[in-house]
Design a protein around this ligand. Structure first.
Ligand SMILES: [Zn+2]
Length: 273
């Protein structure tokens, strides 16, 4: 596309978005908001959080095209924790069943990008709720990414000195509960492993953080986060994952992404992550 045509297309897109949403219809005290509605907020409790969220994204090399793509998809945001446990243990959550990122505390760039990473993982793959198991997240269904995750798990195990007969990858943890049980049986304290070890401070550490050990979705979201906030660091430690996520972020930016239609009929897919 020539620069002139690209500019014309951009202007059209802006005009179309403006036509699609009349800011006077947005209720500042609503429970949650679409990304398009957030851009309208000037008053109310969520306005400050929305400004902080957009400010956090502009403080890192987050591609604005990704925000536009997620806006077109209809991603939603709520500035509250989904439950009391999440409020004390985490700073953000993405729930694929209501296509909403939950942010509390004051949104920090790393948290916002991590949760948007989960949303991209979900929206790159239209939900297939009739299949068995339900197919929801791109990371779960891509053999290439599964291979990258298993290689990461093996690097973590080697770094930690954990000797595991993983039966060719079949015994690798696949959920937070199984990861904690799996680690607990080796270290005696899975939660201590996540919080106490100086994984990030050791310059010889080949690991891109411990959270990817929890699940393949966490590895995806952490890799998106590092790709945006510490790209050279990630490339040096996990070049294949860096290249993979770069491709996926470009794909998400160009679209199309799954279009959010609520409510999602997720009754028989409750345990899918
Ligand atoms: Zn996460």
């Amino acid at each position: 596309m020539t620069p002139r045509l690209r500019l014309a297309a951009l202007l059209c897109l802006t005009a179309a978005s403006a036509r699609a949403l009349d800011c006077s219809t947005v209720k500042p005290d609503a429970r949650d908001f679409s990304l398009a509605e957030l851009a309208c907020l000037k008053t109310g409790a969520a306005a400050g959080d929305a400004a902080a969220m957009f400010q956090a994204l502009s403080s890192v090399p987050w591609p604005p095209g990704l925000t536009q793509s997620l806006t077109r998809a209809g991603l939603r945001v709520r500035f509250a924790a989904p439950n009391a446990r999440a409020a004390t243990e985490q700073s953000g959550v993405y729930d694929w069943q209501d296509k909403t990122i939950y942010l509390w505390d004051r949104p920090r760039a790393a948290v916002v990008v991590h949760e948007l990473g989960h949303a991209i993982d979900d929206l790159l793959l239209p939900d297939e709720l009739g299949s068995d198991p339900c197919r929801v997240m791109a990371s779960n269904t891509d053999t290439e990414f599964t291979g990258l995750w298993k290689a990461y798990i093996r690097r973590v195990n080697a770094y930690m000195g954990i000797k595991v007969d993983d039966d060719g990858g079949r015994l690798l943890p696949i959920s937070e509960a199984s990861a904690r049980a799996f680690l607990g049986s080796y270290s005696g304290s899975a939660s201590g492993w996540f919080t106490d070890l100086p994984l990030f401070d050791d310059p010889k550490n080949p690991i891109t953080g411990p959270r990817g050990y929890v699940s393949i979705q966490e590895y995806w979201a952490e890799t998106v986060q590092r790709h945006v906030t510490s790209s050279a660091w990630l490339k040096a430690r996990d070049a294949d994952a860096f290249a993979y996520i770069e491709r996926k972020l470009r794909q998400a930016e160009k679209g199309p992404l799954e279009t959010v239609r609520l409510p999602v009929d997720a009754g028989r897919c409750k345990n899918v992550r």
